[in-house]
Ligand binder design. Structure first.
Ligand SMILES: Nc1nc2c(ncn2[C@@H]2O[C@H](COP(=O)(O)OP(=O)(O)OP(=O)(O)O)[C@@H](O)[C@H]2O)c(=O)[nH]1
Ligand SMILES: [Mg+2]
Length: 445
């Protein structure tokens, strides 16, 4: 979702790279390009106007800040304004008081049912991090689509939380029945799935109003499909006027949508987006951090999100062991193999690359990532056909050993040599890290 805008912005910024002064003509030109980028990302015209006006006010007639070059100045102002648009430093993390009922709403197919499972999973994992277990229940009052309730049951199983099927098929009666069930069984959190329609029609909103009155959920959440662009703002306004909600979740941000909804929602509705859905699985939910999203929209990468994901997916001890050998400037091929496994667990190389500053997909030649991925699989195979001694002291690998290893891995000797030279580079890098005082120092700069 972020690729479209980040590619546009990258090219605007790079066309500014040679400029020595920030004159009116260059500012006008940049503003026109920013306008164009946002309009083609399906941001409503009046929001585009307000945004570009605020950028232009900040740039025109101002002296360059400190030693910033025009390109850096433009980047800074656009980033600052974008941050304000996205909610600034409003980094409240999602939390629920106990006990709580949460009602999840949205149009048909927006991702409500999937998102409920993701939220339940998120809350469960958060509790587990604090060595607690939460009693979480999910239930549905969606009786319009025959398989809707079954679908919730399936995804609840994937998230590992309890599911309850109401006897009644009248939405309001079912809601009351669910309420009795979760109270009687002392659930701490209940997530209620509701019916969606293709359009915001009044019977749908009335039904939600009635359920809201009876249940008085502590939080109401709106799921918006990132694919719907501008239209999603009208949907959000209709839900807000009829029922009200505290925050939104933007689903399907892994799609090739152009990011218009993510850009506009906060500013237009004055409510936060708290999560973004990044895939179909229960774990594909990221917290929405304005500064990270701004960074990704501007193509500045997102090292923080990458680190957060890494922390979740990689067992702590393994990571510490890695960091230690890395920081001491000592690495063996075993560490190297482990590191490749870590990257593999994070996702494909391309999904990792987009988080690294300056590595937005735009700059990487086509096919390079696939090749990297293939190499990684090969390297892994080569290392596994080495003896322990060879992995710790690769210097012992003479020609005949190399031939044996290559044969075991089903590759040529040249691949083994390639691995060894990569490993050599990695060791140089590890030594560099040691000199600069450790990985944490590098990341904190
Ligand atoms: N790629 C991707 N797909 C998603 C995401 N969220 C939901 N989906 C898919 O979108 C489709 C619709 O999701 P549902 O959760 O069934 O949507 P819903 O709002 O409950 O739909 P109704 O119950 O019919 O109103 C499913 O195929 C989901 O797998 C996401 O973040 N990324
Ligand atoms: Mg559903």
């Amino acid at each position: 979702m972020f690729d479209f805008l980040s590619q546009k912005f990258s090219s605007i910024f790079s066309s500014f790279s040679g400029k020595k002064t920030l004159d009116q003509a260059s500012v006008d030109e940049a503003i026109a390009q920013v306008k164009d980028a946002l309009l083609s990302a399906d941001v409503p015209y009046d929001l585009v106007e307000q945004f570009t006006q605020s950028v232009s006010d900040e740039l025109v007639g101002k002296k360059l800040i400190g030693s910033l070059k025009p390109q850096e100045q433009l980047l800074k102002v656009v980033n600052d304004k974008l941050l304000t648009f996205l909610g600034g430093d409003d980094n409240r993390s999602f939390s629920v008081t106990i006990p709580s009922a949460l009602m999840v709403m949205g149009l048909q197919g927006s991702g409500k049912t999937t998102t409920i499972a993701k939220l339940a999973y998120f809350l469960k994992k958060e509790a587990e991090k604090r060595n607690k277990s939460r009693r979480i229940l999910v239930a549905s009052v969606d009786f319009y689509r025959p398989a809707a309730v079954d679908q919730l049951q399936v995804v609840a199983g994937q998230a590992g939380v309890d599911f309850y099927r109401a006897q009644s098929t009248d939405p309001l009666e079912a809601a009351l029945e669910i309420q009795r069930y979760w109270r009687d069984n002392r659930y701490e959190i209940m997530l209620l799935d509701t019916a969606g329609r293709l359009h915001v029609d009044s019977p749908m909103l009335q039904e939600l109003q009635a359920i809201d009155r009876e249940l008085q959920p502590k939080q109401k959440l709106l799921v918006l499909d990132a694919m719907t662009g501008q239209e999603s703002l009208a949907v959000a306004r209709a839900f807000d006027q009829a029922i009200g909600f505290q925050s939104a979740i933007l689903s399907k941000t892994d799609s090739d949508s152009r990011g218009g909804a993510a850009f506009s929602f906060r500013y237009a509705l004055k409510k936060p987006i708290i999560f973004i859905g990044t895939g179909e699985k229960v774990e594909n939910l990221d917290q929405f951090h304005p500064e990270r999203v701004a960074g990704r929209m501007l193509g500045m990468g997102d090292i923080k999100t990458l680190i957060e994901q890494a922390e979740q997916k990689i067992k702590k001890s393994e990571q510490d062991q890695m960091t230690n050998s890395f920081e001491q400037g000592k690495m063996t091929l075993n560490d190297f193999a482990q590191q490749m496994d870590m990257v593999n667990r994070l996702g494909s190389l391309s999904s990792v690359m987009k988080y690294i500053p300056g590595m937005g997909s735009a700059q990487i030649p086509e096919g390079a990532l696939e090749q990297g991925q293939r190499e990684m699989v090969q390297f892994r195979a080569i290392i596994s056909s080495m003896t322990l001694k060879e992995r710790v002291y690769p210097r012992v690998l003479n020609d005949s050993r190399k031939q044996r290893v290559a044969k075991g891995a089903g590759v040529g000797v040249s691949e083994v040599n390639k691995l060894l030279s990569r490993f050599d580079q990695m060791q140089q890098y590890a030594k560099l890290v040691k000199k600069s005082g450790g990985l944490r120092n590098l990341f904190n700069k």
